[in-house]
Design a protein around this ligand. Sequence first.
Ligand SMILES: [Zn+2]
Length: 264
Amino acid sequence: MTTDALIIRENNNIGESDRFVTALTRELGVIRASAKGARNIKNRNLAATQLLSYSRLSLHRGRDKYIIQDAKPITVFFELRGEIEKLALAQYFCDLTAVLAPQEEPAEDFLRLMLNSLHFLSQGSREQKLIKAVLELRMLSLAGFMPDLSACALCGALNSDTMLLLPSEGRIVCKKCVKNRQSSGGLVISSDVLAAMRHIIYSEFEKCFSFKMSETGLESLSRCAEVYMLSQLGRGFKTLDFYNTISSQFAGGRNENSKPTLDE
Ligand SMILES: [Zn+2]
């Protein structure tokens, strides 16, 4: 069969010429596959089976995995390879997809979300924190972890200056009801962060990346989406830790450069 697929993991075993990949396919969801001789530099399947390549694969089913007979690149996100911060974020997206996307089932929506996220990330046409929050919240929602952000879970109030997000429950409670709760915990979210989260989750796909926020707003949105993801999945990702480490270093560098210099 032929299917379009994004390569989300690439394993090259030492001493073998075959390349083993994990791919997010349109028709079959997440699959494991091997490409014969794909590590050979002359092999024409080389670029098409590299991490973050979006390719058309010709496959047949082997005993425990698929065999890639032919691969033609459609889009190779070259821009991502040159920038460590973007590459780190893209690798985290891939890891999240490997966990959340279905196996042996169509995954058109997951693929579209990934391709759009990688496109915006490589073009630099959206802030990284915005792309990250959209990918996390939309993908969790696709996988059955959609939070209920419509109203306060206790009194039904739609808005309040601050709401509390309960990450493990996937619900929000308003300022008034917080006092009446027995248990503590939860993330304070401002009304603009709540509005952004609602937009991401409830808008049509075509619009989910289209909104603007201040840098502090995005910082807070990104943190909320991440805490929600970690709490719902009950696990972390090494690639996420790595991204957060280098992202804060880069941010430090950026702030350093933006400091006004003194006239002498
Ligand atoms: Zn309430």
